[in-house]
Design a protein around this ligand. Structure first.
Ligand SMILES: *Cc1c(COP(=O)(O)O)cnc(C)c1O
Length: 362
């Protein structure tokens, strides 16, 4: 089997060099005579992995000193619970505001309503989530403990190009599908979280970056393992963590650093997205799903003037080594997820395939 270009939305492809290194290490980590996943999460070997994750994240994402980095179980969606559990007490009426730019934001707001008052402050539902709604910060409920946004919308292929500012009210961002794909000023956020499986490693864990002063007033019913304070005090080892996922992330972060860091990968990501969007924009067969001004660099979504062409497109693409291009069932059409690990050649191969497919079918 020759290697395919994997456009899956997540779990997603990892850099080839990372996969090869992990394979090489699997049975015999650092000449230990055992694999890393077979040894204690409190071993010096794993401690080194954890501290690599900390220092590389801090460096690559330029995380200021007054922020803590946590690794938590349950992927991105566990943070839909953890965020309100930890932060709602910052508001005397336990109120939080959500900006819904897609399904994930809606889910997050609904989860919050289990623990307090969760408001839809703005929604892109009217446009079918194909654009980011206009925000009037003056209209925000002043008692909001925080405002939750989804920075990149994986299903629809939209993203916030510039982020809203609510003054003293902290901004919380689900950055699962774009973390470390572009430069972000962390100091503009109270909290950022990202499930690992899009840009960072295997599924199941989330990275949480939280401003220190927001921690310590969790709701009384907060489970210990979801309390940010517990995680900080135990260096994310209150119980056995997913050592393999963190090891894989440490390799991904080393790879990213070697590639030149976030500035370099951002420029590459812009180029990659442009290669595909240019084909869509010049085409009579494909139509872009998201509004141009809000287009994602990570998830390129497109549909077909003639719906009958979708199935043959997906099938023929797969036979040509272009894997997992089917769009999300809620959106339809096709989606090319082109996270950091996708090489430029993958995007060029897809663009060429799209041009050839259009020629054959028009
Ligand atoms: C994939 C994704 C999620 C869900 O992640 P899980 O780890 O499965 O909970 C949440 N938010 C965004 C923006 C995503 O892309």
């Amino acid at each position: 089997m020759s290697q395919v270009f994997n456009f899956g939305a997540g779990p997603a492809m990892l850099p080839r060099a990372v996969m090869e290194k992990a394979q090489k290490d699997f049975l015999n980590y650092n000449n230990l005579g055992a694999g890393l996943i077979e040894i204690s999460h409190r071993s010096s070997e794993f401690e080194e992995v954890l501290s690599d994750c900390d220092s590389l994240l801090k460096e690559l994402a330029t995380i200021p000193d007054n922020y803590k980095i946590l690794y938590m179980h349950g992927g991105a969606q566990m943070q839909f619970s953890a965020v309100p559990l930890n932060l709602l007490n910052l508001s005397s009426s336990k109120t939080a505001s959500y900006i819904e730019t897609g399904t994930w934001g809606v889910k997050a707001r609904k989860e919050c309503s289990r623990f307090g008052r969760s408001l839809t402050f703005a929604s892109g539902a009217k446009s079918g989530f194909t654009e980011i709604p206009k925000i009037d910060p003056a209209a925000l409920e002043p008692e909001s403990a925080y405002v939750h946004i989804t920075s990149n919308n994986t299903l629809y292929g939209t993203r916030w190009t510039a982020f809203p500012d609510f003054g003293d009210i902290p901004l919380v961002a689900d950055m699962t599908s774009e973390f470390l794909s572009r430069k972000i000023d962390i100091s503009k956020f109270g909290l950022i979280f990202a499930g690992l499986q899009k840009n960072l490693g295997p599924a199941g864990l989330a990275v949480v970056i939280v401003r220190e002063d927001l921690v310590g007033s969790a709701l009384q019913q907060t489970p210990a393992l979801l309390d940010y304070k517990t995680c900080i005090d135990s260096h994310s080892l209150a119980n056995t963590t997913n050592t393999f996922a963190l090891y894989m992330m440490s390799l991904v972060l080393k790879w990213l650093k070697q590639e030149g860091g976030v500035d370099v990968i951002e420029a590459r990501n812009e180029l990659k997205a442009k290669i595909i969007y240019e084909v869509i924009d010049a085409s009579n067969l494909y139509t872009g799903v998201s509004r141009q001004k809000d287009r994602s660099m990570m998830n390129v979504t497109f549909n077909f003037q003639n719906q009958d062409l979708l199935a043959p497109f997906i099938n023929q693409a797969e036979s040509s080594g272009l894997y997992a291009l089917k769009g999300h069932r809620d959106v339809g059409g096709a989606r090319a997820s082109i996270y950091n690990a996708m090489p430029i050649e993958g995007c060029e191969a897809l663009a060429q395939f799209m041009l050839d497919f259009e020629k054959k079918n028009s």
